[in-house]
Structures are given as structure tokens and as C-alpha cells.
Design a protein around this ligand. Structure first.
Ligand SMILES: Nc1ncnc2c1ncn2[C@@H]1O[C@H](COP(=O)(O)OP(=O)(O)OP(=O)(O)O)[C@@H](O)[C@H]1O
Length: 239
């Protein structure tokens, strides 16, 4: 998965301004940025949910405008509200997503059960979604995104609403997927979480990546603010 020089304007305002990113197998990348920096927009572009005004998106090396639709089966995603049918049970919702992704139903169900137990919602799988808490719905979204073993997983603020046990379980699952050669792109507002989960952190500011850092032992909060301030100063000098 790669995004090359994407430009997006929404309601006349530039939101992405030359956004470029490449996901490498086995890599966990995280986007961090201020509210409105363009993180969700970038993920929507990566998923083909929003066509950029300029720039290109590649999935498994093929431009998504011309590549086979089947390629999307290999992509797991959770962007914005988890898409679920409220009148179906958690298990039914998860199975539906697995089916859409062409996964072996028994294998996907086995993985979903394991993930649900690790996330602390094994006993909620047969409850209708409408009766579940927001955090549990988020867990269903994550299980749906990951139980078909995607080659590429794109997750917007995946730990939103998760309890500490589930955050650790999620991190372990992401690590396992990465170790198996999968690529993960996620967003987060929490420096501590990023340092624990990502091997590359991309700082997104005003619609473009201004720096990429490897967290190992660094004070990510300080790096982030240093880069953002430097970028704003440079923009002001240019203006
Ligand atoms: N449909 C839309 N129409 C007009 N502007 C939009 C639309 N969607 C998003 N925007 C604007 O685009 C900018 C980037 O939004 P985006 O949701 O990508 O930011 P973000 O980095 O994910 O923010 P947050 O941290 O708050 O989730 C914001 O200024 C937002 O107001």
C-alpha cells in the first residue's frame, strides 16, 4: 500500500497537501497530528473511500483506480464508527465481514473467538450489537478488521474507548500480525501508546508528513512539538 503525493481539498480548504506514505510488509506505522491535521482524510484516501484531487494510491503495487477489486479483500479497516448491524449479534456482524473478505468461515470464526476472549468480550459475542457498550462495539470493529488476517490493516484511533486489558490485547495482536509480515497503519493521539506499538511514527501537520521518527527510547512528545513549531515557522517565513 502506498500513497503518492496526494492532494485533497474539502469544501475549498486544502486538507492533504502532498501526502506521501508507503507501507512495508512487517511494519507498524502510526500517524500522529493535531485535530484537523488530515489523519482520517489520509486513511480514507488510502482505502479508496475518497478520491484525491491529485496523486495516486497503490494497493499491492497497482493503482487502485485500475487494479482488481478483489485486492480489497486483503485489506482490513476500521475508520470512524465501526460499521455494524445493530439488530445482529456481534458474532454475526464479524462473520459477515469475514465473508466479504473471502476468509475461510471456520478459520475466521476461530480467530474471532480467540480475539474476542483476549479483548475481554468473549461472553458478548452472541449479544445483539444494539445492547452493547461503545467500547465493546469498538472491539467488534477491531475483530472484524483483523479476524480475516488482512495483508494490510488500516485503523483510525483503534484504541478509542478500549479498557487497559483490551489495549494490551490489541497491541499483542498488531505485533503478531506484523511479525507474520502484515502491514499496519494506525492513528493515535497518545505518545505513550505510539511508542509501544509503532516502529515508525509519521508526524502529520497541515496535510503533509513533516517527519518520520522511530520511537526507540525517544521523547516523542518533545520531538512532535519541536517539528510542528519548526514547520509553522518555516511556513511563516515562506508566506
Ligand atoms: N466532509 C468534509 N467537508 C469539509 N471539510 C472536512 C470534511 N471532512 C473533514 N473536513 C476537514 O478536513 C480537515 C481534516 O480532517 P480530518 O478528519 O482528516 O482530521 P484528523 O487529523 O483526523 O482530526 P482528528 O484528530 O480531530 O480526528 C479538518 O479541518 C476537517 O474540518
Amino acid at each position: 500500500m502506498a500513497i503518492e503525493d496526494a492532494h485533497v481539498a474539502l469544501s475549498g480548504h486544502p486538507v492533504l497537501r502532498g501526502f506521501t506514505l508507503e507501507l512495508v510488509p512487517g511494519q507498524v506505522r502510526a500517524l500522529i497530528g493535531l485535530n484537523g491535521a488530515g489523519k482520517t482524510t489520509a486513511l480514507r484516501v488510502a482505502l479508496g473511500m475518497l478520491a484525491p484531487d491529485a496523486g495516486r494510491v497503490f494497493l499491492h503495487g497497482q493503482d487502485i483506480r485500475w487494479g482488481p477489486r478483489r485486492a480489497w479483500r486483503t485489506v482490513g479497516h476500521l475508520v470512524e464508527v465501526p460499521a455494524t448491524y445493530p439488530e445482529l449479534t456481534a458474532r454475526e456482524n464479524i462473520a459477515d465481514t469475514a465473508r466479504l473478505h473471502g476468509a475461510d468461515p471456520h478459520e475466521a470464526a476461530r480467530r474471532a473467538q480467540g480475539l474476542a476472549e483476549a479483548l475481554g468480550m468473549g461472553d458478548r459475542l452472541d449479544t445483539r450489537v444494539q445492547r452493547l457498550s461503545l467500547g465493546t462495539r469498538q472491539k467488534i470493529g477491531l475483530i472484524s478488521a483483523l479476524s480475516h488476517e488482512p495483508t494490510v490493516a488500516i485503523l483510525d484511533e483503534p484504541t478509542n474507548g478500549l479498557d487497559p486489558l483490551a489495549i494490551v490485547a490489541f497491541r499483542n495482536e498488531v505485533r503478531r500480525l506484523a511479525a507474520a509480515g502484515r502491514s499496519i497503519l494506525l492513528t493515535s493521539h497518545h505518545f505513550d501508546e505510539l511508542a509501544r506499538i509503532a516502529d515508525h511514527v509519521d508526524i502529520l501537520h497541515r496535510g503533509r508528513i513533516i517527519d518520520t521518527v522511530t520511537p526507540d527510547g525517544r521523547d516523542l512528545e518533545k520531538v512532535f512539538f519541536d517539528r510542528v513549531v519548526a514547520s509553522d515557522l518555516a511556513d511563516r517565513e515562506l508566506a
